[in-house]
Design a protein around this ligand. Structure first.
Ligand code: NDP
Length: 468
């Protein structure tokens, strides 16, 4: 077996690097790389704390998590300002304040759910009881697009089920995540939630550590596969959310004007830097002009600028790597004959701004359609038959989300049943909910988050079987 070493043999070489405000390119601070010795130490402390945490009555753990939600609520303005400064998304619109409200909600809901023991079989000879026990120490690798909300998705269910967590924020959004951990740790018992920082080999050292029992990862498919390799050493359980290249199909004759705000935000939420954003839109050739006009009219009224300015509704791309990747995809599509149908106003600022861009005259086979652009760019593809649209929508290695847009809900459900995705939304897209399981098909990942299913995923099923 090649390349399936656990912790790389070399030491973590780099000691620090800078984090920038993506709107202004102002330096926010220097991020330290946590050393291997410190990571070992934090995991050991987390292990000890986990035993004490798991021994507490369930009701006590629920109460503490509800107090975490209160602390997040009380500090939400402060944390939203940190998100805007480091991640870039505006305070206004579905931006940083919205992210903080999601953090509060996704903390309250797991605290209100129970996963009680279950008698899974019983007859006159035996009784089998299924318990959901803690796993131990969970390693969480959080991304930079929704840095606090996704960290909460990883931390809170894990704690709720009696685990400890060691979280590694993305190297691009370390400071805002650390601020949130500070707030959470004013409520939690000592050492149960640890944070490590850095880039290069910090994540792989953490995930391949022998004392890690579960890994929760959100990021790219390529890194998701490395996480699978890392888990060969410790056989950690995995929840992988590896993004998507979500397709949306507008069925013929749909009255797009009634749903234009949902359609716009489906594609451009967080400047398109969202795993379950609409990234390819299939439109019947007879409706194409109408849909392009509706999206163009709507897009031209959404202001883009520094997220700290309350007038901004759209902000910058979070980092230079992503900025270059999106520009490259736009350029490639133009070189290959695509039309730019609309390009919004770029603010006169230093940061990584890419205006909302609608691309036409493209099809499957163009990189802008086949690859996850993860940016404010929407390719709009014309189709002649529904069968063709469904085949093209399914022609992807990803399968996180998809959507169908129609005035006829029965027809929409028939199409939804044929789309290969973890969730298919109708007349909305990316509308996640803390009680509804969320996860991907195909290479979009393993397992589900949220709701009871999400709690089960951070627990160890254990059966006690009694002979009568
Ligand atoms: P990656 O998916 O590559 O993840 C980077 C993170 O993974 C870092 O924290 C890194 O830490 C860690 N990591 C790297 N190797 C391993 C490993 N073997 N085990 C555990 N952790 C590891 O994200 P990028 O930020 O580089 O973004 C790349 C692309 O991913 C984007 O262009 C976008 O398309 C997609 N993406 C998808 C997201 C989603 O929501 N699904 C979110 C963000 C990005 P370290 O360097 O210390 O190892």
């Amino acid at each position: 077996m090649e390349n399936i070493s656990a912790a790389p043999e070399t030491q973590i070489k780099e000691t620090s690097f800078l984090s920038l405000n993506p709107s202004t390119l102002e330096v926010i601070g220097e991020v330290a790389n946590t050393s291997r010795e410190e990571i070992d130490d934090k995991i050991e402390k987390a292990q000890k704390a986990q035993k004490r945490w798991a021994a507490r009555p369930d009701a006590e753990r629920k109460e503490i998590i509800l107090k975490v939600a209160e602390a997040l609520q009380q500090n939400s303005k402060h944390l939203a300002a940190w998100i805007t400064r480091e991640q870039g998304k505006p305070l206004s619109g579905p931006g940083a304040n919205f992210e903080m409200q999601a953090c509060v909600g996704w903390t309250q809901v797991p605290a209100s759910l129970d996963v009680p023991e279950e008698i899974v079989f019983e007859d006159e000879t035996r009784k089998d009881i299924l318990y959901r026990n803690p796993i131990g120490v969970v390693a969480a690798i959080a991304p930079w697009n929704w840095p606090l909300m996704i960290a909460i998705w990883q931390i809170i269910p894990s704690l709720r089920m009696g685990n400890a967590v060691v979280i590694k924020p993305s190297e691009y959004t370390t400071f805002c995540t650390q601020e949130m951990i500070k707030v959470i740790n004013t409520v939690l018992p000592e050492d149960i939630l640890q944070v490590i920082t850095g880039r290069g080999e910090v994540g792989s050292y953490l995930t391949s550590h022998p004392e890690i029992g579960k890994i929760m990862f959100t990021g790219s498919i390529a890194t998701g596969k490395k996480v699978i390799e890392a888990s060969v050493k410790n056989m950690a359980r995995l929840t992988l959310e590896c993004g998507g290249n979500d397709a949306g199909i507008i069925l013929p004759g749909f009255d797009v004007s009634k749903h234009i705000d949902q359609l716009f935000w489906a594609a451009f939420l967080n400047m398109g830097q969202t795993c379950a954003c609409l990234k390819r839109l299939y439109v019947h050739e007879n409706d194409y002009e109408k849909v392009v006009k509706a999206l163009t009219d709507y897009s031209s009224h959404i202001p883009m600028g520094d997220g700290a300015d309350e007038a901004s509704i759209l902000g910058p791309i979070q980092n230079k790597m992503q900025y270059d990747k999106i520009l490259d995809l736009i350029l490639d599509s133009e070189k290959n004959g695509a039309d730019v149908l609309f390009r919004g106003q770029k603010p006169d600022l230093e940061g990584y701004f890419i205006p909302v861009t609608l691309i036409g005259n493209v099809d499957n086979g163009h990189r802008i359609v086949d690859e996850e652009q993860f940016g404010p760019v929407l390719p709009i593809i014309q189709y002649k038959t529904l069968e063709e649209a469904i085949t093209k929508a399914n022609n992807s290695e990803n399968g996180l989300g998809a959507s169908v847009w129609s005035d006829d809900l029965n027809e929409a459900q028939k199409v939804a049943a044929q789309l290969q995705a973890g969730t298919v939304w109708i007349n909305q897209h990316g509308a996640i909910h803390p009680l509804v399981p969320f996860g991907g098909a195909k290479q979009s990942g393993y397992g589900v988050e949220f709701g009871i299913e999400g709690l089960k995923a951070v627990s160890l099923p254990k059966v006690i079987s009694i002979k009568k």
